[in-house]
Ligand binder design. Structure first.
Ligand code: TXA
Ligand code: MG
Length: 321
């Protein structure tokens, strides 16, 4: 198991040596390495068992630093950066050649984010290189929202987990770029698209990988629990599993089902608050995955704002590779 603590100096020394450190962010925990060191970046792929065509996001603490690594920040994206950084927003920007190919999977753009977690911001301030950091989970599994989640799954492969408590947002960042002058959203995430539109006008949402080579990481099956995971109208799904004597768990926004034990169901937000629900989503999926169940049934979230990003995660969690 990795050591867990809040020692920024220790994290810095390890990262400078090219080693991996898990870091807290407001979205999910990241598995970080020096993004300018191709060997260090390669060990991220190895630890996560991640395919090399899936590019990494780099993290830093200031736009000044970002200018060393990207050719320009288009005006519309500058507006978004000023408004939403630090925060759950990732921008795709034209990279300079100092960014290694392994980080972008050879693409011309590099994904950049200034996260808002105070501990990680403090760490980033002390570094003169950006941190490449994907979510700190084995490839394809649910993203981690606590230091314990990271340690359970990747603890054997990393020396240190910087513990910043539970993640406040709980969904990965919203990924945004520009094509022919138009703002495009490539991944729905912790920043509501409506907030983006309030600043730059209507945007195009262009998710899903097979038809979208510029976001190769958006694979159809992802965020998946190990147990069968079915999304839909739980009440009408229940009989077909209960009639066969299956042990069923349920994941809902606020509903409670009398047909199954209370301990086998999780409500994400009793007051139906989508922010609260999003912050609880991944940890609830993990908890249910750890119970003795045959199947997990999940209710779709209201399809608006963060609910859309949550539905995207539920959808992909339910697709078996
Ligand atoms: O909130 C987050 O974004 C978290 C925290 C740790 O910052 N990170 C995260 O990273 O979710 P990851 O690796 O799990 O997802 C990164 C995704 C890739 O799968 C891909 O879809 C997209 O970001 N991406 C990264 N670089 C890209 C690029 N150059 N062009 C297009 N898409 C890119
Ligand atoms: Mg991920």
């Amino acid at each position: 198991m990795a050591e867990i603590g809040q020692d920024i100096a220790k994290a810095k020394v390890l990262l400078e040596k090219g080693e991996l450190v898990a870091i807290p962010t407001e979205t999910v925990y990241g598995l970080a390495a020096n993004a300018l060191n191709p060997g260090a970046a390669a060990s991220i792929f190895e630890a996560k068992n991640r395919p090399s065509f899936d590019p990494l996001i780099i993290h830093t603490d200031s736009v000044d630093k970002i200018n060393q690594w990207v050719a320009e920040i288009p005006e519309a994206l500058t507006l978004l950066a000023e408004k939403f950084w630090p925060g759950p927003l990732t921008l795709l920007l034209p990279r300079k050649s100092i960014i290694p190919d392994i980080v972008t999977s050879g693409l011309d753009r590099v994904a950049v984010r200034i996260p808002s977690h105070p501990l990680t911001l403090e760490l980033l301030k002390t570094l003169d290189f950006p941190l490449a950091a994907p979510s700190a989970n084995p490839f394809g599994y649910i993203s981690p929202t606590s230091a314990e989640h990271v340690n359970k799954q990747l603890g054997d492969q990393i020396p240190y987990v910087l513990d910043g408590g539970p993640c406040q947002v709980g969904l990965e960042s919203t990924i945004v770029g520009i094509e022919e002058g138009k703002v495009i959203v490539y991944r729905l995430g912790g920043l509501d698209v409506r907030e983006i539109e309030a600043f730059v006008g209507p945007v195009k949402v262009k998710t899903h990988s097979s038809s979208n080579p510029s976001a190769p990481g958006l694979l159809e099956s992802h965020y998946a629990p190990r147990k069968p995971f079915v999304v839909g109208d739980v009440i009408s799904l229940l009989p077909q599993f209960l009639d066969k004597g299956k042990k069923v768990g349920a994941l809902t926004l606020s509903e409670i089902f009398t047909e199954i034990p209370e301990s086998d169901q999780i409500q994400l937000s009793a007051r139906r608050d989508l922010k609260e629900a999003a912050a609880n989503l991944f940890s609830a999926m993990r908890s249910l995955d750890e119970l003795e169940l045959d199947v997990i049934l999940a209710e779709w979230m209201p399809n608006e704002g963060l609910g859309k990003a949550m539905n995207d995660r539920l959808q992909r969690a339910s697709v078996k590779a």
